[in-house]
Each structure stands twice: as C-alpha cells, then as structure tokens.
Design a protein around this ligand. Sequence first.
Ligand SMILES: [Zn+2]
Length: 686
Amino acid sequence: MKTILTGLLIIALIACSSCNKNGNRFYKNNPPPFKQNAYIRLPLGAVKPAGWLHDQLEIQAEGLTGNLDDFWPDLVNSAWRGGTSEGWERGPYYLDGLVPLAYLLDDPKLIEKSRDWVEKIIASSTDSGWYGPAKNKDRWPLAVANKVLMQYYEATGDNRAVDLLLKYFKYLHDTPPDWPDKDWRGVRAMENAVTGYWLYRLTGEKWLPETIESIEKNSTDWTTYYEIFPWDSAANAENRIPHIWDATGLTAHVVNNAMAIKYPGLWYQQSGDERYKRAVFEGIAKYDKNHGQAGGRFSGDEHLSGNTPDRGTELCSVVEYMFSLGELYEILGDNSLADRLELLAYNSLPGTTTPDYWAHQYDQQSNQVLVSAAKRNWSSNKDYSNIYGLMPNFACCLANMHQGWPKFVETMWMATNDNGLAAVAYGPSVVKAKVGNATDVTLTEETDYPFKGAVKFTITTSEPVRFPLYLRVPSWGSAKISWKGKSETALAGSTFKIIEKWKDGDEILIEMPMDLRYETRYNNSVSVLRGPLFFSLRIDKEYRQVKTDYDNFGYKGSVDWEIYPKSDWNYGLIISRENPELALNITENNVGKYPFADSGDMIWSADSGKYITCDDDAAVVIKTRGMRIPGWQMKDNSADLPPFSPVRPEEELQEVTLVPYGAARLRITEFPVMDIIFATGIIKPD
Ligand SMILES: [Zn+2]
C-alpha cells in the first residue's frame, strides 16, 4: 500500500512539473511565491501584423509616427536625444510607439531612427542609477522610458537596456519614496510596476518586489478609489467632479484613470489578494455605468465627464486604456478584457485619427456632427479639442498616440502556462513561438476580421508537435470552430481549448458570429453593433483646412482639419429591438488600402504631395430605415442629447446609411428609436 501511494505521489509530482508549476518552459511567468499570471506576453516581434493590419501599421509609418521627429521641435531637439528642447514625457511617449512599430514592420529606416534615440538614453545612465535628460528631475517620464527600453531589449537582446533598468530600479529601491499624490509621478507611480515585474521575471533579483511594494504603499491608493468611486453620475450631475490639478483633481483626470485601472491588477500578482482583482472589474463597471461611451471607452474632456454622447474622450485615454487591458488580460485572463480591447482598437482608436494617420483629435464624441474650433460642453478643454490636427488643445496625444496599434498587435497572441498559444484578439497576423517540446511553430491568421467573420489559422512546423491552442470566443455570440475534420460550437465568452498533435499545413477555421446587435444607451437610444464594430450614421462631409492657435509646420501631410456636415444628421432609426436583422441590408466591401476610410475622407498622397479625396466606400456598409426628427438640433456646437426613445414619427421614412464608427469622422452613434407603433402606418414591422 505504501509503495503504491509513493508511486502515485511521484506521478502527481511529474504531472505537476510538466504542466504549470513553473509555467511555460520558454517564456517566463512570475516566479513563486508570486501569483502565476493567466498568460504570458510574447516578446516584441513574435507577433507580426498581416493583411489590412499590416497596411494600418504602414500607414502609421508613412504618417505621423514615421515623420514626427523630423519636424516637431519638441522631438527634433528633444533633450532625450541630446537637444535643448522638451525633456519631460514627449520623447518617451513617442518612442513607446515608434520602437514597437519599427520592429513590427522590420523597417530599417524606423529601426535606425529609434536606435539613435535609444543610444542617447542608454548613454545618459549615471552612477546613481538615474537616467534621462540632466534637466529632468521628475520620475514620471522615466516610467514611460522604462517601457521603451523593455520593448527595445525584447527586440534586440541588447543587455545594456537591462543593466540601465536594473540600476534605475536599484536607485528607486535605495532612495526614499517620492510619489506625492499631487504630482503625475505619484498618481501614475505604479506604471513603474509594469517594467519592475518584467525585470523580476527576467532576472529574479530579490529586491525588485521590495521596490514595487514600496511604490504601491507610498503612492495614490487607486484600489480604494475604485471601491468608493467618488466621481459617479451624481457627482457629475452636481458638478462635484474637480476640474483642477491637485491631488483630488488628478484622480478624476481621464488619462490617469485609463492608466490606473491596471494598477490593482498589477499588484494582485504580488499580493495574491482577491480584493485587488475585484477592484479591476468594479472599476471597469463603474466607468461604464457613470461615464460609458460607445466604442468601449469612457468620457473625459480632461476630467471624467458623464455618459452623454456629446462629451469628449481624450485620445491618450484610449491608447492607455488599451495598454492597461492588454496587461490585465495577461494577469487575469478574463475574456471580457480582450473583448473591450478589440472594441477600443477597432472603434475608438481609428475614429479619432484621420485614415492616413496625419491628424488626430484631442476629444472624440459618439455623436459628432461638426468638427470645428468652437466652444463645446467640455469640462475644461479648449475650442480646438475636436478638430483633426497636429496638436489640438495640448500636445500630449500627439506624443502618446503612436503606441495604440503596435501594442495591440503585440497583445494579439500570448503564450500559455502549458507550453501552448492563446489567440487573445483577432485580426490578420503571424505569430512565431516555441511550443510543446521546444518546437518552433508559425501560425498564420488570415482574416478580414473585424469587417468579416471568418478567421483561418494555418500551422507551419518542421515536425509534428503536440500543443494546446486556446481560442477566445467573443462575448457577443457563440463561434463555430473546425479543425482536422472536427467541428464544434464554442460558447460565447468562453475559452475554447484544442489539444492536438499539429502537423505542417493543419488549419483551424473559426466562424465568428456577425449578427447585428443593439445596445441601449443614453435616453433609451440605441447603438448598432456587428461583431466588435459599432456603426454610425454616414453624414456627407466637407473637409476644410484651418489655421489654429499653434503652428502645424506644414511638413508633408501635417494639416489641421475642420469637417462640416453636408447632409442631415438628426435621424432616428426605425428598428425592432427584438429583431435586429429586420430591414437592414449589409454590404461587405474589400478592405481598402486605408482600412478605416470612407468616401469623402481626405487622404495624404506622398507621391503627389497633396491631399486627395477618397472615393471608396467603407469596408462594411449597412442600409436601413430612418426618419428625420425635426426638433433634434444642435446645442453648444454639438448634436443636442438624443430625445428620449421611442420618438413619435413626424416625417417620411428614408433610407439611411451606416458605416463603421472608426470610418465615420462625422457621426451619430447613439440613435433615437422611432415609435414602431406609430410607424406601423408607414411600414410593416416584418
Ligand atoms: Zn493626450
């Protein structure tokens, strides 16, 4: 009996060590006693963009990201590259997007550019451990630069980056905490933990967790903030949200909130306390309830500003929320986090830039019917905030916008604790990784997702290899998955695991649910969704170049645009909430060279050196029935709040056209619904 028990124990130990006692054999998870993360981020370069997503990154390389440090004085002469100009956050913000973009595209020109910057940063490391421009004494921009060096190391293996980071974290360990609540470095202190935990996984230095614990204990307490959530709808209605820059106002600042949502999750790795995990999901739910906007984001036209569709969301908060969600998915593995990451990437991010990536907004709106320099209902942002330009309102977004697409690509695939791979977010891509018994495999993902629902993976391997493949099934419907002559339907929101001995050329097909859905929004209005895409009313438009209160330097495509409506926008929809497919006609077009363009958009042509008008339709076009609502007009230069639905019909039925939110620079996204009972005299409900 004793022998049998010992035998069982040995088997149990072997089984344990082969699955996940130490996590993945090739990509490091947290060492004990830390909590093991659900997944493991692959190093920069393991996931590459393909298809339309490759085009999107090329657009970025041809647009602002590839050109900005050639003409924007704050970067041209940045103190981070040895100049005399800005030496705070703008250089590191820019590099946080430029470095991954360069290596994801294997673009020699961009790699050369980014190396020039990084060499200067590495050379700035001092004996004390401090680094960066001599004139900067603030820890905040170093928290961003840390992430740049992390990515640079992953792409190049240059140990000098790790040496610098270890020296800097030793400096943080050995000097007194300096994370005041009233300063950016205090409210954003846990941004350092992203790199701190990465360094710990890489080096195992025992003093690194002490450093992070000291930061967590001596900086803004975001966990309690999410539990209490002082800046709710009531605070907004009663004008209690502080539009100021002290310790209280900084907790209401939209970008700080988008960064901070990951902080309890980061600390959960070390504390193991479920309280911190709960705070993440509570926080997201409270953002949705009190400040939620179409496209997965929350509002903040500088400070949190409620859930009506006239309010703005700052671009920095979109890319920071995306980065936070990628980090949180790695730690917690909850599919709702990846669902939202796709919503932001495929709606809010493209919707706030021009299709050619030469101009961006500071504030985007769900119902955005006029893009112009004018006073709007913002908490504190200025008149230029919703134009598409070089640096409307303030230049933080100009520096920070570049990380959005590249980091999204990096996050699309992750390694699993049992030596397999997980498809986290869908889109055309290629992943190369070690799996199973140390075999190198390539998975090619061919798809026009999110514009179309079919996804095909093809496996390339030199020898057959057994490994698990985890597929995230979106929350909006079950997916049909087929492989090796088998087929199953996977439940909405689940993770579908396939363990097979895969051989070269094996294919896995996924049919994503692409049924139309309605989401109820402000004043009982509706938003129309298909897959992860929100759809907006197409409004005929006229782009006008404007002179602003700053210099846009006129370099290549750098312009400032106002956009004026040339057709009515005040439409309600005639739809049945119970039967979303009724009377909607969907056309899937080829995804164009500019995936988020629609006819009438202005596109910079580098070949001809001028702007040309796009005459291609958006990748998906929906025709449906609507009706003008004469009483719904402009207020404070925005569309007034949609009237409460259902709305009694007054005018004739008309056909209206919807296009993806990301391709609609003028748009209605929260639609009133016409009263179908009154409308039955005009149309039949089925
Ligand atoms: Zn910004």
